[in-house]
Design a protein around this ligand. Structure first.
Ligand code: DQA
Length: 145
């Protein structure tokens, strides 16, 4: 099984950026450990601060992997293009967020990509990623969007 984990803008600064919201641990170190917990899964890890690069990556992996875990960062809230890219490929995607976006500013409650995803997992800190990986492996996608 192959799973792609795609991270958008500013997620390279998790651990440093707004620790009260995103925590003190770097995303890279968390994902390195996560990967070791699933020896039977081949992971593709990708992060970019650029919308087009994220779209290129979705197109590159999206017909090959068994699932995409995507935290599009702020692009979640306004990128129709990333939503379209996720719709265009065959791999099922899960939208994830570290923070509870529904409990934050009103503009973070809007997702332009959720309709292209099989579910949303948000607000569990970095564990949101593990939950999304488990959902893809088990095929039990989150019921609510
Ligand atoms: C985020 C939430 C977004 O609103 C924000 O722009 C981010 C991170 C999260 O993981 O909680 O960059 O996607």
């Amino acid at each position: 099984m192959k799973i792609s984990i795609i991270n958008g803008p500013n997620l390279n600064l998790v651990g440093v950026r707004e620790p009260a919201i995103y925590g003190n641990r770097s995303l890279a170190s968390y994902l390195d450990e996560l990967v070791t917990r699933y020896p039977g899964v081949e992971f593709e890890l990708f992060q970019s601060n650029h919308e087009g690069a994220i779209i290129d990556e979705i197109q590159r992996v999206g017909f090959d992997v068994d699932g995409i875990v995507i935290n599009a960062g702020a692009y979640t809230h306004y990128s129709i293009a990333i939503g379209d890219a996720l719709k265009a490929v065959t791999a099922p995607a899960i939208e994830v967020h570290i923070s509870d976006v529904m409990a934050r500013e009103p503009y973070r409650r809007v997702s332009m990509i959720k309709e292209s995803c099989r579910g949303v997992i948000a607000g569990y800190g970095l564990d949101s990623y593990r939950r999304a990986v488990d959902a893809i492996i088990t095929g039990c996608f989150p019921a609510e969007k």
